[in-house]
Design a protein around this ligand. Structure first.
Ligand SMILES: Cc1cc2nc3c(=O)[nH]c(=O)nc-3n(C[C@H](O)[C@H](O)[C@H](O)COP(=O)(O)O)c2cc1C
Ligand code: SF4
Ligand code: FES
Length: 614
């Protein structure tokens, strides 16, 4: 693609997709230019990502004419817009068929037979990327789609006037082939259910409304206690709300475990205006699906929690950055926002209390690193989703350079209960340093994969027992705790209490709440290779230690696995430790800093000197 403006013109479809986001162009020396000069262009740049989505949704890929047109309308140089569009895994800059079946080959799907499934699909439909005979579809491999409890999974993206994204779960190879051939509604119907038939549904805790309360009904949400906490927040005032959250000792559930009250306090006291609030719903850590379940099953709780957080931090505008692969979550949130607005629960005078706040949804487009808070800001602002150096921290200079609260979905969903029931009552649950409950995504070789809520302090062994124990009477070989960025845990560590301090004591972290169980018949090598490939793919490439280190790590694994180590297996282990140290010490963001954690822990705890029983 030429990186200057060229003569390429948009098709009618592409033009209307762009105009659908940016509005009809005003005539000014030509029909396309944005008006208002450089300042106006900067102001509208955040519309770039939604515009790219609109083009891709309509025609399936982003062509030169479409990009030219979007760039002229937004006054963005084509080279920059190309850099943004090509950053995202779900966009294609080359022609491709309008229907693409993305088949997950990540860890949980792998444990459910995805490798064999993909081989069969390849036998029928050709290698990933091969167009179908009529040119209308193709299939691709995908990292985790957030449907790990119903693995193996796929996502069908059909471009067109009514673009459709259809997640498929518990699929077979013939389901995928049928989807490639134009019957996408195969596999299990998409569902918000966290519980399977015969299992008890949660009657209290964070999951209490899931499968019990209609996620599209504000009345039902209110009837189940919804919006009582916001009313209470108005009584407490912003500093009273912050005090409850501090007393609750709530810490972030997005992976970094930062105290939420301190973050809010810091933003509230910043003189610069406006303040922003961002809900991080990007959830792309392989093996994680907890935020999807909350968004699909209890969207009003997120809207109410965001409104309370915004009130506490003095924020005027909020964004929910939802993982692109979560169409149902996006629909449910959109519907909840519309209802809240209609009933005066968002807007200029919320509940008649003179508080102004509103929320916009932004869809990600397939980039794990965009879950990193500063990468997420860049993505919303219309730049490449590359993490920024810290400091300055988001509480000082976040979204659009202004003080910003950024919180994970699960973190926020705790807030209404804290405000309504009191911070001290919340802190009475769990352990002294890890208060409240935690959602764990239990997958792999357990009898009942799913989302489980437990008070902090319950042991890993007890949690696995709740998920039905290991399937087919087998035994645990290893547990990957915390996701691809986490650590492997051995059977002798199963009595570890699941708390921040408990995990720390064994050199692990809870991360985003992944508990991926391997039984004694499951090989470890394919999982390690998949994790290494994941980080190599997802590194944004901005800093050398991560860009090169993730490639070197993958190469090293291949050598050891194939029995051709450089010098000796011991030498390779020393090399791996070296690569890991450099990535930890010298990478800008958490992706590079944790990219070797799982692999290094596997080498430390299991016999991986050669491809064999491990
Ligand atoms: C590579 C990377 C990916 C991340 N992905 C997510 C994510 O998907 N969701 C999330 O809430 N936090 C994610 N985080 C953590 C965020 O940077 C940030 O700490 C978090 O959103 C803050 O919210 P919390 O305090 O409520 O946890 C990620 C961090 C890194 C380094
Ligand atoms: S550590 Fe990796 S993902 Fe993070 S900024 Fe550097 S290159 Fe990008
Ligand atoms: S959906 Fe396949 S690993 Fe998560």
């Amino acid at each position: 693609m030429d990186l200057h403006f060229t003569g390429a013109q948009p098709s009618e479809e592409e033009r209307s997709a762009v105009d659908g986001v940016l509005g009809e162009p005003e005539e000014r020396g030509g029909p396309h230019w944005s008006t208002g000069g450089a300042h106006d262009a900067e102001r509208r740049r955040h519309l770039l990502l939604p515009t790219l989505h609109a083009i891709a949704d309509r025609v399936g890929w982003i062509g030169e004419g479409a990009l030219n047109y979007a760039c002229r309308r937004l006054s963005i140089p084509p080279a920059e817009a190309y850099g943004v569009a090509s950053f995202y895994g779900l966009f294609s800059m080359r022609p491709r068929p309008p229907r693409v079946v993305h088949v997950c080959d990540d860890i949980a799907c792998m444990a459910a037979g995805a490798a064999d499934l993909c081989k069969r699909v390849e036998g029928e439909a050709g290698k990933p990327g091969t167009p179908s005979t009529d040119g209308s579809s193709t299939w691709l491999l995908s990292p985790c789609l957030g449907l790990c409890d119903r693995a193996p999974a796929a996502l069908v993206i059909s471009a067109g006037a009514q673009g459709r994204w259809t997640p498929l779960s518990a699929i077979s190879a013939s389901d995928v082939v049928a989807a490639i051939n134009g019957r996408p509604d195969v596999g299990r119907p998409r569902s918000t259910s966290t519980t399977r038939e015969g299992e008890a549904r949660a009657s209290s805790g964070l999951l209490r409304r899931i499968d019990r309360v209609d996620p599209e009904s504000l009345d039902d949400y209110r009837a189940s206690g919804g919006y009582a906490a916001l009313r209470r927040a108005f009584e407490l005032g912003p500093s009273g709300v912050v005090r409850e959250v501090v007393d609750a000792k709530l810490v972030g559930r997005g992976g970094a475990a930062f105290p939420t009250g301190r973050k809010w306090e810091a933003v509230a006291s910043e003189p610069a205006r406006p303040h922003y609030l961002v809900c991080n719903a990007d959830e792309s850590e392989p093996g994680t699906f907890k935020d999807r379940v909350l968004m699909e099953g209890d969207p009003f709780a997120i809207v109410e929690a965001m409104t309370i957080a915004a009130f506490a931090g003095g924020c005027e505008r909020g964004f929910i950055y939802v993982r692109g692969e979560y169409p149902l979550a996006t629909d449910r949130l959109r519907s909840a926002l519309d209802s809240a607005r209609l009933h005066g629960l968002l807007g200029d005078d919320i509940m008649g209390r003179g508080f102004r706040f509103d929320i916009e949804i932004r869809r990600g487009a397939g980039a794990y690193v965009c879950g990193e808070e500063t990468a997420l800001f860049n993505s919303i602002e219309g730049y490449r989703g590359e993490p920024r150096n810290k400091p300055p921290f988001p509480v000082q200079r976040g979204l659009f350079g202004k003080p910003t609260i950024v919180n994970n979905v699960e973190t926020l969903v705790n807030v209404p209960d804290i405000v309504f029931g009191g911070g001290r009552a919340f802190a009475a649950v769990g352990t002294a340093d890890s208060t409240g409950t935690k959602l764990f995504c239990v997958t792999g070789r357990v009898a009942r994969p799913g989302l489980y809520e437990i008070p902090f302090g319950v042991t890993l062994r007890e949690l696995i027992a709740q998920a039905g124990g290991v399937r087919d009477g087998k035994r645990v070989k290893a547990v990957l705790l915390g996701g691809a960025a986490g650590t492997f845990v051995t059977p002798s560590e199963l009595d570890t209490p699941l708390s921040f301090e408990g995990a720390r004591a064994i050199g692990a972290s809870l991360g985003s709440g992944v508990v991926f169980v391997l039984d004694d018949a499951s090989p470890l090598w394919p999982i390690l290779s998949r994790i290494a490939a994941f980080f190599r793919d997802e590194s944004c490439g901005q800093c050398v230690p991560c860009r090169v280190g993730t490639v070197r790590q993958e190469e090293l694994l291949k050598r050891v696995a194939s029995g051709t180590p450089l010098e000796s297996a011991q030498n390779e282990r020393a090399l791996l430790a070296d690569i890991g140290r450099v990535m930890r010490d010298a990478s800008i963001c958490g992706l590079g800093q944790t990219a070797s954690s799982a692999v290094e822990s596997a080498f430390a705890k299991f016999d991986l000197s050669r491809r064999g029983p491990a």
